[in-house]
Design a protein around this ligand. Structure first.
Ligand code: SF4
Length: 305
């Protein structure tokens, strides 16, 4: 709900944003009030594309650390601010560059595909990045039979089934999407028999098996706009419901589980956005040797689409 305090914060943010020539990017999982102040709201792929094309001097990234890092990889001459330095992603931290190097030694010659939910150091050890929106396309574009996929075993399993390609999967996972259980989706389907169920590919395979569609958050946003959709069961982080309702006020959106809240995404608040613009901190930067290697993996992804 918007109140007087939020309005005054918003005015201060907009004023400072103009002075700094800043752009505010927000992930679909951010708090509603943060999404509302952003110039652009999207999924990881859309945000990395925006970051690649911005003319702004400053990028305020309302998301988690790896997303701000991706913006910094693509924009070494711009200041990238992450309004809370502690907004990390537990999945991204489930593999280190040293662990990936070890895996590559075990499987020499393999092509490494890394989900964008990873640290810059891990991206730097990778051949391709991918997102949940373009993972199938990226893997289909690779000729090599031997593929290592990190860090999300569930997205990897989903891509593997869709492409028919066997991949070596790293056992990482998203703790937020893990909370969505098959019984949750069964219950909602029984309660709302007219509604289709869409879930994110970070969900467990048992949940994916019960869904009508498996889509990235950007894909869910587009699916919800279809004229034939009036009720939708949504299996991903709860922040997306704000945008779905805002864009489709006459439709009903039913979260599969109220438990699917990413505490890291919620660390960004309007106050922190304002403070970051005032202090031009916390800024995210990446050493050039890592940045250039990571950039090559991100650019190979962007070239695939
Ligand atoms: S929702 Fe999951 S994958 Fe996304 S930032 Fe949170 S923990 Fe990481």
């Amino acid at each position: 709900m918007t109140n007087h305090r939020d309005n005054s914060l918003k005015e201060q943010i907009l004023k400072l944003k103009k002075e700094r020539n800043a752009v505010i990017l927000s992930h679909n999982y951010q708090r509603g009030e943060v999404q509302d102040i952003a110039d652009f709201v999207g999924d990881s792929l859309e945000l990395s594309q925006k970051a690649a094309r911005t003319e702004a001097d400053v990028i305020v990234f309302c998301g988690v650390h790896f997303m701000a890092e991706t913006a910094a990889i693509l924009n070494p001459h711009r200041t990238v601010l992450l309004p809370d330095a502690h907004a990390g992603c537990p999945m991204a931290n489930m593999i280190t560059a040293a662990q990936l190097r070890q895996k590559k030694r075990e499987l020499p010659g393999a092509t490494v595909v890394t989900y964008i939910n990873s640290t810059a150091a891990v991206k730097a050890e990778s051949d391709y990045c991918c997102t949940s929106a373009n993972g199938v396309k990226v893997v289909n574009s690779i000729d090599n039979k031997e593929i290592i996929f990190v860090p999300d075993q569930y997205l990897g399993d989903f891509i593997s089934r869709r492409t028919g390609r066997k991949m070596t999967l790293w056992p990482g996972y998203c703790p937020t999407h893990m909370k969505i259980l098959p019984e949750d989706i069964r219950r909602k389907k029984a309660e709302y028999p007219q509604a289709k169920a869409v879930v994110h590919p970070e969900c467990r395979p048992e949940v994916i098996a019960l869904a009508d569609e498996v889509l990235s958050t950007g894909g869910i946003i587009r699916y919800a706009r279809r004229p034939e959709v009036s009720e939708l069961i949504v299996g991903t982080e709860l922040g997306i419901i704000h945008r779905l309702k805002r864009e489709n006020p006459d439709k009903l959106f039913i979260p599969v589980s109220e438990q699917a809240v990413c505490p890291n995404m919620k660390l960004i608040t309007l106050e922190k956005v304002l403070w970051s613009l005032e202090e031009m901190a916390p800024a995210v930067s990446i050493p050039d040797d890592i940045r250039l290697k990571a950039k090559a993996a991100v650019e190979r992804m962007l070239a695939v689409g």
